[in-house]
Write a protein that binds this ligand. Sequence first.
Ligand code: NDP
Length: 340
Amino acid sequence: NKQVILRNFVVSGSPKESDMFLRTGTAKLKVPEGSENAVLLKNLYLSCDPTMGIRMRNMKVPGSALLFESGSPIRGYGVARVLDSGNPNFKKGDLVWGLTTWEEYSLITAPQILFRIEHADVPLSYYTGLLGMPGLTAYIGFFEICTPKKGETVFISAASGAVGQLVGQFAKLLGCYVVGTAGSKEKVNLLKSKFGFDEAFNYKDEPDLVAAIKGCFPEGIDIYFDNVGGKMLDAVLLNMKIRGRIAACGMISQYNHDQPDGVHNLMNIVLKSLRMEGFLTSDLFHLYPKFLELLLPQIREGKVNYVEDISYGLESGPRALVGLFSGQNVGKKVVAVAHE
Ligand code: NDP
């Protein structure tokens, strides 16, 4: 049983490949006799998620099921086949997605977030992204937090990533004017050609972010879907319209900063009667069925596009994961571990 082990918690800077190592576990994995909870999984796809970087730093974040331990396999979302089960909710042969461990086979003794996959007519890897936790994040952040209306102006950072690409398409389907920013020419092209954004720019090419945003939104922004925080958030605050809304979804630019950036323009929240609200998808999985009901038909009808960036083999996992923090991924980053 090959495993990706956390060597030590990261103390400073971005996580590195060498903070993890591969090991072959020798423990015999078996659902304990009489267990009414445990499931044995064969992992098929593992999801690379930015918050795994936070957990590699041992920061105190909510959600004990997600925490890492040094010397143990790292944890995250994935897609798996049930090999054995003592749990009445799952049976041998089921396909599932949810919290698992980064190894070929995982014994999950008390599944907390694990869903049976009922619709396998779409690629299974989608359940790490579009139809999994990041997709639900896009849905909650946009529809529940931002209360969007047709015709509003929407700005999205890290817009070509797992969450951002879906937020942009939800906003276009609703009839909003949508602009995204991303960190390379290739990603900017995707935003316009594949995801239908009205405008997009590479923030790394813009010496003056406030002016770049103003150029796209002369009248201002109604909705900012924030995936990055820091300097981008600061520049956006100056460009928000009165009574604009900001979904504080993530702040990836701050996850590996030993000293977080100062945000100087917060007073705009008062002056413009803005609403800025954070949320954790891991607290809101009860919304998953409603989300699936909305999105599945849109995927089947070809109304929603999706770009994923797949690495093959568990050994490719550490590089895939740390690549998120330098924007190496083009679309949702997934590690394919085994065939179905
Ligand atoms: P992505 O697929 O967007 O991958 C991360 C991207 O972030 C990179 O490709 C890169 O894109 C960008 N990035 C990396 N470092 C920086 C930096 N220093 N400054 C600016 N941008 C950077 O990730 P996800 O779509 O999975 O996640 C997007 C955000 O949503 C993250 O902040 C994540 O933590 C958050 N999130 C929050 C959840 C919640 O419950 N609130 C749940 C899931 C995700 P580029 O090349 O464009 O810079």
